[in-house]
Design a protein around this ligand. Structure first.
Ligand SMILES: Cc1ncc(COP(=O)(O)O)c(C=O)c1O
Length: 400
């Protein structure tokens, strides 16, 4: 009998972790490595949020809380949904967990039965399919190519729905592409869902505040109120407030689902850190003045990276609407040979050769379910990005 769970054999180790590990190994050998793999802002958490956490510690707010969030944070989340999304929820419809990741995990564990299908537009955030597999469900990736702006069409959604479909996981702006759905594009998808009342929507709005130019963020339950009773609207403080290490994510949705998620949490992590919850109260209720500054900084970096990568032969880099990633196509490089003689037959081979020969670490597209591409996280300084893009351009210029 196997010691390890059979469930584990269904999931693969994270490819993003593999890239990061290789980059760290090369760095430890003294190599000059530029890491463009990390999915977190390089800014520090704003001081008012840190101060709220310190005050919570000093006030002795260091004990267990209600499993899915303390009342003060749930109130702040309800106010946020009204203020920013025009969505009204009662505290009993809100769940707080240890990061956005645990929210998604709890929701899938609470609802999936063997054979349940989950539609996932590809490219997707790496964890979605594996979480579905861990829950015993079947991921149904729907390929959304560069020509479609990496977005799913209503026709694709209609074709992917079967009687077994339980969820659509929706993510806009997206990790890894930064693509955002306009209100009209989203309405096209919600119209399809109206015709299929058994399909629920799990919307991952993690990058809501990181949008550029005149892009207007919108979320499914806001665009189509008739979906309110079968939508779980997920969000978190990690990305917008530079709080990745604090581990607070949250969601709102039907009370029955929130209660099921609470049950899972009460038997696993009990509750998210009380100190982080107080910090999140301040993040949501406190000043939002730094957000335009964060956005402007990311937009400058986006423009720099898109321009420079498009100057590299064989690379086509679309301009994203939000988040802090670009997802260029390397179709023009596939089949060529790297300066040190590696055949670049896949995007994984490209990313590995790029790292070994130039020291630039990116994540290959196959990890996100759409090839041949790679993901760059531009959450780093303009000097570092300029150097990295110059190395990528030189690498592409010397392919044969
Ligand atoms: C699309 C998306 N959803 C969820 C998460 C998880 O966020 P958290 O760090 O709050 O768990 C991430 C983090 O990379 C993400 O990119």
């Amino acid at each position: 009998m196997s010691f390890l769970s059979a469930t584990l054999s269904r999931v693969k180790p994270s490819p993003t972790v593999a890239v990061t590990t290789l980059a760290q190994e090369l760095k430890a050998q003294g190599r000059d490595i530029i890491g463009l793999g990390a999915g977190e802002p390089d800014f520090d958490t704003p001081d008012n949020i840190k101060d709220a956490a310190i005050a919570a510690i000093r006030a002795g707010r260091t004990k267990y809380t209600a499993p899915d969030g303390m009342p003060e944070l749930k109130a702040a989340i309800c106010a946020k949904f009204v203020r920013e999304n025009g969505l009204s929820y009662m505290p009993a419809q809100v769940s707080v967990a240890t990061g956005g990741k645990q929210i998604l995990f709890n929701a899938l564990m609470a609802t999936l039965n063997p054979g349940d299908e989950v539609i996932i537009p590809a490219p997707y955030w790496v964890s979605y399919p594996d979480m579905v597999l861990l829950g015993g469900g079947t991921p149904v990736p729907v390929e959304c190519g560069i020509g479609a702006g990496f977005k799913m069409t209503p026709e694709q959604l209609e074709a992917a729905i079967t009687p077994k479909t339980k969820w659509l996981i929706f993510n806009s702006p997206s990790n890894p592409t930064g693509a955002g759905y306009s209100r009209d594009e989203l309405k096209g998808l919600t119209d399809v869902l109206l015709r299929h009342p058994h399909v629920w929507v799990m919307t991952d709005d993690m990058y809501e505040h990181l949008v550029f130019d005149d892009f207007k963020f919108c979320t499914p339950a806001q665009v189509e109120p008739a979906l309110y009773d079968r939508t779980l609207t997920c969000n978190g403080v990690s990305k917008a407030y530079a709080m990745t290490g604090w581990r607070i994510g949250y969601a709102a949705g039907p009370e029955r689902l929130i209660a099921a998620m609470r049950k899972i949490q009460s038997q696993s992590t009990t509750n998210p850190s009380s100190i982080s919850q107080w910090a999140a109260v301040e993040a949501l209720n406190g000043t939002q003045d730094f957000l335009p500054r964060f956005r402007a900084m990311f937009q400058r970096r986006r423009d720099l990276v898109v321009k420079m990568l498009n100057e590299a032969p064989g690379i086509t880099c679309p301009t994203p609407d939000g988040a802090f990633y670009v997802y260029p196509s390397i179709a023009g490089c596939i089949g060529k040979t790297s300066p040190e003689g590696t055949l670049l037959d896949t995007d994984q081979a490209f990313a590995t050769a790029l790292l070994e020969e130039t020291g630039v670490a990116v994540v290959f597209g196959a990890a996100f379910g759409l090839s041949p591409n790679f993901r760059v996280s531009y959450a780093t300084s303009e000097d570092v990005l300029t150097e990295a893009c110059n190395r990528i351009r030189r690498f592409c210029e010397n392919l044969t």
